[in-house]
Design a protein around this ligand. Sequence first.
Ligand code: TRP
Length: 337
Amino acid sequence: MQKKRLLSGIRPTGALHVGHYLGVLRNWAKLQEEHECFYFIADWHTLTTKYKDTNELQNNTIEVAKDIIASGINPNKATLYIQSAVPEVAELHLLLSMITYQNWVERDPTLKDMVKLLAEDENKAKEEVTYGLLGYPVLMTADILSVLGEYVPVGRDQVAHLELTRDIARRFNYIYKTELFPEPQPLLTETPSVPGIDGRKMSKSLNNDIKVIDNEEITIKKVLQMITDPKKARKNDAGSPEECQVAYKHYEIFADKSTQELVRKECTTGAIGCVDCKKRLAEIINNSLSQIRIKRELIPKDSEILEILDIGNGHAKKIVKQTLDKVKDAMKLKKWN
Ligand code: TRP
């Protein structure tokens, strides 16, 4: 049976943290065994909000490529490429934008949330919204349809974008009387939501993340900063894992069941203090990241990464060009040489 085509992208926001690894990359590595996968680094998507400060973008793109490969994504199995290395995607985005109703993008709830996040003050947020940001779900649609992707592994927040993708695909097929585009389906995987060391969502910009490339000492330092049950003030006070919003949550994510049971017992009976408990947690986290950290160290020089990406870029370009040719045929547009 022919494998189904799957596509997913990640923004190059800098060295990735454990939330990215557990939520996205670990899943990508698994999916490459079951599908024909296209994985790309969405550098243009970063520009939809961070268009002013682009100093780090090139370097971040390479660093993310390293994290992806260290996480077990095999460029011989999956096509790994950079969005901006395939400018045909932008051409498809332009053509799709012509058939996309304005109110389809404006009602996208995830986009609305992003707009809100841009500033607490909604009026200020309005000023910050560029044409590019508004078009971002259409760009995402072009990413997916450019390789005729049938499956898209996404988090819940991205499901609304995929509805738009299906609306656009259906409308294109209807207007131009074709069956070119599939209607891509989300692959929802239950991934843990990983809190940052301060209890808010783990995020680079909140400076509360544990990075895949942090070394063991830095990891220990960060884990020791995690908040614990505020009522367990002294070492031998009895505590409650339910009140331990960050450290215990990490035990649930990283430790096996019997360790979780042990921690629960020691905590509730006051047999262990939070500092010791977190030292053990740091060790568990370090252990579970050790393989990928070793792989990350062994990753070849930038020049070799670029060679790997060149191959992926070339393959993606070939596939996207084929799609674009068919799009132009369907739209009765001339294919200029
Ligand atoms: N929108 C995703 C994010 O913000 C990244 C992304 C861009 C993507 N294009 C995609 C994901 C296509 C899946 C499919 O992280």
